[in-house]
Design a protein around this ligand. Sequence first.
Ligand SMILES: [Zn+2]
Ligand SMILES: [Zn+2]
Length: 339
Amino acid sequence: MKAMVLKKISSVEEKSLELVDLPDPIPSPGQIRVRISTCGVCHTELDEIEGRVSPSRFPMILGHEIVGEVESLGPEVTKFKEGDRVGIAWINWACGECSFCLRGEENLCDKAKWTGKDVEGGYAQYTVVSEEFAYPIPEGFTNLQAAPLLCAGVIGYRALRLTGMEDGRVLGLYGFGASAHIVIQIAKYKYPKGKIFVFTRPNQKEHQDLARKLGADWVGVTKDTAPEKLDCAIDFTPVGAPVREALRNLEKGGRVVINAIRKITPIPELDYAEHLWYEKEVKSVANVTRRDAQEFLPLAAEIPIVPEIREFKLEEANEALILLKEGKIRGAGVLRMPE
Ligand SMILES: [Zn+2]
Ligand SMILES: [Zn+2]
């Protein structure tokens, strides 16, 4: 099979993913082999390539927003049959026995394995996965549209839940890329009387236009003062400064949720009185659970979410990642595999 592999840590601009031929993976007991159609491009790949979240071994096939067709079954598979359309997300395996797993927080499991980091991911024509960690893809989405639902969508859904948002309240979104453009669609559906304020980098006119098209009540840039205090906010950006800006704009008792695995720059020093007092909270989002995916995918079909896609070929993965780093992809970037 063809795959784009990462052999060492480097900067994304060095175009370090290499197109190689590898043997097709063979499914173990309980695993399915998936012929991959599409794989979304996520900020986490930038963190992996540049070493902020290193893959556990090299070479590694990155990518954890996988959509494809079940092509063959390992022994003892019962949930899927050949030809089923499935998705694979960031969580690839969890122990099921630790205190986190037992209370439904497998996203925090110390032994968990992550797709495209500890296990070969989706920048390839085939992959294998435990049938317990694959999800049916609802009808109504093309393979291109479904890909960003698997991470941008699922983790955005988790982040929105963690904000404690309620109808009639004000939600702030800092950064308007793949995840935020899905979250705004969930929020408009679940909280029709709420208000959504979107903050982007100053040069992101296309992102701002997309936010307005998707129903944002106000659009500005990161350093702006919001027209009303934010009851809650999600920070989707890869840098530190927006966290402090969100806290500055936050209403008393509000919460800022940080949807990022790593930050490229530090969070600036906070002033306790201005940014934290009055019971303001900061909470991060770490990974996803299977339940997040199982709840979100049917909801995405019910809304229905319409992802904005920019398509790339598998061998264009390096170019897609550079554009992502520069904040130049409107909506979500998705790789299409060769036939
Ligand atoms: Zn991701
Ligand atoms: Zn565990």
